[in-house]
Design a binder for this molecule. Structure first.
Ligand code: NOJ
Ligand code: MG
Length: 577
């Protein structure tokens, strides 16, 4: 019997390897990722805050829209000073979100549906209510060096350096108990871990191991550039950071150039070490590859190193924020093409590109680029080569919600002031998901919600958009079907500005149908000769995807040399085969 099982395992292994080789890709390489912000996705118990059971209830929706994997913002025990990014216990689910059993149920249901679950992993800091920090503050022998402590400049009550936290003000807070300053690159309730301590690195690796053994497919890794600070000198001191002459507010994070507190080379090694942990488990468990999606804003030359260094592998998906960070209302097709090429051209050989158009920290597409560009951006996101990452609600075109200073809860907003909070608060992109036009947009049966619901929810919701042929939701779904084609999954890409206003993407693969994606970014009528722009096409092309901006219908045939694009129109054309 044992031999038979062994034989069968070997047989399946061979089969699995063969199919992986045949497709030429690991499961994630052309996958569609979706970010769930659990507080705002679906509330199952009426307290006005989303939870794990709520996610389980709505998993079928992710299947409906063609998602392969979803990453969840933190659901771990937390005092919620930064809404879960202040973790008090990395291996426990916060009761507000549910129980470990609820999470296991989510994993089981996800497995049934073929959706992978990715957790948020916050390596840089814990909550100050984490047992490790409490013990560290008490000088406990095991934990005393788990965090970054300093007695104060020249042993006085003066912060050790001029460093400023991302959430404004000094990175140093005095701790009465330990009679020392501790470092926090974010909120004072988020003390930074000390990565020079091998015990810290091991403890964090154990977190990865714990959740992978439970069945998660990988991790989105938070705030990676902040993991290491520059090493202290012989006296245990650090240097001040230089001024940024463009910013005058001494409390503002941008007041300094963060040359000693971000992007330190040792941080890359930590990412490589985390990947190594995943690889060991890949081997041991023998199932699908486990992945890292790393969150780092920074120079591309640094970000590219997150992929690996030639001998060691790093993150499979170092988030590509080129478009989210650089494209705005005024951007031309030349700008879009340049930002897209920036990533593709600098990416190391053999790696996979990824495209992120939204997350819980950035304004939504509707706010950033205009409601009339929502489809356009989703079309681009889904037709570029590699991995796509959608933030919840972008598939139905949710908008930022204006929230008054009094009602603001995001620490990044609250730590500023009534004049400036709008530039900083992230509450507007975190409002409850709009499922339908009923009570509280179908988000909760309770009477209150932790953030207000957008007033446009009767128009912008899943239920309504299911019934409208070219709604944002249905465009998104059609894109997912198109994305399943061999050309889009494995084909090459030629990306260029055809004019100041028109971006073109050609996707092609020998023996397969070629697709041409055209985006008219502005309001001029655009006449295009695709033979001149891309060449090598059939004289006639078919419309395979249109949006509600189009006068054309799916299935219409057009001459490749005389295409007219209406204002803000996005189309996908296919060669005739
Ligand atoms: C990045 C997360 O996306 C953000 O929401 C959080 O506030 C910081 N990291 C700190 O963990
Ligand atoms: Mg709840």
């Amino acid at each position: 019997m044992r031999i038979l099982i062994k034989f069968l395992t070997l047989f399946t292994l061979i089969l699995a390897v063969t199919s992986a080789v045949a497709a030429g890709t690991a499961w994630w390489e052309s996958a569609s990722f979706y970010q769930i912000y659990p507080r705002s996705f679906k509330d199952s118990d009426g307290d006005g805050i989303g939870d794990v059971k709520g996610i389980t209830q709505q998993l079928a929706y992710l299947k409906e829209i063609g998602i392969h994997a979803t990453w969840l913002s933190p659901i771990f025990t937390s005092p919620m000073a930064d809404f879960g990014y202040d973790v008090a216990n990395f291996t426990e689910i916060d009761p507000m979100f549910g129980t470990l059993e609820d999470f296991e149920e989510l994993l089981a249901k996800a497995k049934e549906l073929g959706i992978k679950i990715i957790l948020d992993f916050v390596p840089n800091h814990t909550s100050d209510e984490c047992e490790w920090f409490i013990k560290s503050a008490q000088n406990d022998t095991e934990y005393k060096d788990f965090y970054v402590w300093h007695p104060g400049k020249n042993n006085s009550r003066e912060p050790p350096t001029n460093w400023i936290s991302v959430f404004r003000g000094s990175t140093w807070t005095w701790h009465e108990g330990r009679q020392a300053y501790y470092l926090h690159q974010f909120h004072s309730k988020q003390p930074d871990l000390n990565y020079n301590n091998p015990k810290v690195r091991e403890a964090m690796k154990n977190v990865l191991r714990y959740w992978i053994r439970k069945g998660v497919a990988g991790f989105r890794v938070d705030a990676v550039p902040h993991v290491y600070e520059i090493a202290a000198d012989a006296n245990g001191d650090w240097p001040d950071e230089p001024r940024n002459p463009d910013v005058n507010d001494p409390e503002d994070y941008e007041y300094l150039q963060h040359i000693y507190t971000t992007h330190q080379p040792a941080t890359l090694d930590v990412v490589y070490e985390f990947r190594q942990v995943l690889k060991e488990l890949d081997e041991e468990l023998g199932d699908d590859e486990h992945i890292l999606l790393t969150e780092a804003y920074g120079p591309l030359s640094v970000l590219m190193q997150y992929y690996g260094n030639g001998t060691v592998d790093g993150s499979q998906i170092p988030f590509n924020f080129e478009l989210i960070s650089n494209v705005n209302n005024e951007s031309t097709a030349y700008d879009y093409a340049r930002f897209i090429h920036n990533w593709l051209d600098q990416m190391p050989k053999g790696r996979v590109a990824n495209w992120v158009m939204g997350n819980h920290d950035q304004t939504r597409i509707a706010a950033r680029l205009g409601k009339d560009r929502i489809d356009l951006i989703n079309v681009l996101l889904k037709t570029l080569p590699g991995v796509s990452v959608t933030y919840q609600g972008e598939e139905i075109g949710m908008s930022d919600v204006w929230i008054s200073w009094e009602e603001t809860v995001d620490p990044q907003g609250c730590q500023s002031n009534p004049q400036e909070y709008e530039r900083l608060t992230r509450d507007p992109v975190r409002t409850p998901f709009q499922w339908n036009d009923g009570h509280k947009a179908g988000f909760t049966e309770g009477q209150t919600t932790w953030l207000p619901i957008a007033s446009d929810y009767t128009l912008v919701n899943v239920k309504r958009q299911r019934g409208i042929a070219n709604s944002h939701l249905n465009v998104y779904k059609q894109l997912q079907i198109l994305r399943d084609s061999k050309t889009l999954r494995e084909g090459e890409a030629d990306i260029k500005a055809i004019s100041e206003d028109v971006l073109g993407v050609k996707r092609f693969l020998a023996g397969e149908r070629t697709y041409i994606v055209l985006l008219n970014l502005n309001n001029n009528l655009e006449a295009i000769n695709l033979n001149a722009a891309f060449g090598d096409l059939t004289p006639l092309l078919e419309y395979v995807l249109v949006t509600d901006r189009s006068a054309r219908r799916k299935g219409d045939i057009i001459h490749a040399d005389s295409i007219v694009l209406l204002p803000k129109e996005a189309v996908v054309l296919g060669t005739l085969i």
